[in-house]
Design a protein around this ligand. Sequence first.
Ligand SMILES: Nc1ncnc2c1ncn2[C@@H]1O[C@H](COP(=O)(O)OP(=O)(O)O)[C@@H](O)[C@H]1O
Ligand SMILES: [Mg+2]
Length: 365
Amino acid sequence: MEAVGIRLSSITKTFLHRVKGRITAVDDVSLAVEPGELLTILGPSGCGKTTTLRIIAGFEQPDAGRVGIAGRDVTDLMANRRDIGFVFQNYALFPHLSIFENVAYGLKVHGRGKKEIEKAVGEVLELVGLSGYEHQFPHQISGGEQQRVALARAIVIKPKVLLFDEPLSNLDAKLRVHTRGEIRSLQSRLKITSVYVTHDQEEAMAISDRIVVMDHGAIAQIGTAEDLYFSPRSEFVARFIGKVNTVPARAGRSREKEIELEIFGHTYAAPAPDHEVGRDEDVRAFIRPEFLELSSEPADGHFDAVITERTFLGEKVEYGLEVGDTSLTVVAHPQSGGGVLSLKQRVGVRLHGENIRLLQEGDGA
Ligand SMILES: Nc1ncnc2c1ncn2[C@@H]1O[C@H](COP(=O)(O)OP(=O)(O)O)[C@@H](O)[C@H]1O
Ligand SMILES: [Mg+2]
């Protein structure tokens, strides 16, 4: 089966909320999901992820905008005509039906014959590693297995598109990591174009071809995990994906691709931001914790700092530092048997200009 693309064009959806009044759940969202791609919508609770997914599925009508699947406008098409498999957070299995009957349900609704159903259900149960579970009931199997049944049920109808809404939220941490790997490998093997919703940045980074970060119903940024981590366009994205330090900086000379920044008395050449920054303007610079290098000799640094917190985590050490009034977080990877710095120790800090970013402040979408 040929993989298909999905296109959302200027989708807007408002709700009349009993407490909040009229709210814009999805605010002029346009995006294209490539054929075979797994695209994740990531964002805080209430930012419009589920609503966007339900609009793709056809469970919700947009107030404005169009939904296209495989180059065809499906905005006015009923959900059950869109050829979509949906995996929900609560697996929504039928408790009184066996695993076989749960998976077979969609095929029966489509009026398939008994032989065909048996073959198809057997194949997908094998695909999700549940051969032999046909006669079990949902309450007899674990949460992880139930979620695999839900996945089997979604793919057995051979949908063109798979939609996932926080499918791992009810699993414990270890099982979440394991199951997301299974979802990803199955999705790549079947090459079914998928949209996956989560509020968990690590899950998004682990599973996705690309990530859409949503904020208040709008798209803050779309890119690969690397794009978002190393080149966030706004403070919101920088803070949502990974940890980040904010430090006061004074802008100096600008050249085409670089801007001079004075930070803690040292001058760096940082990549020029997308927005205008005037000379001598006071700005805030953003630095990821792993780009600050510590030295036990204060004189070796560009500036010095005092260690105020220290968390040894095995493969890494997280330090809290103070430079005057500014607190910094640093992640270091000391070699075995030494190099872990002490609390209250004065240290030197070095930093490469290329790792400093100036972002649009605030939500900056
Ligand atoms: N049926 C509805 N009626 C009223 N408000 C809704 C409805 N569905 C969603 N909302 C509101 O729309 C916003 C986005 O919700 P949702 O898409 O569920 O966010 P997310 O999945 O990112 O947590 C929230 O403020 C939510 O309260
Ligand atoms: Mg949701």
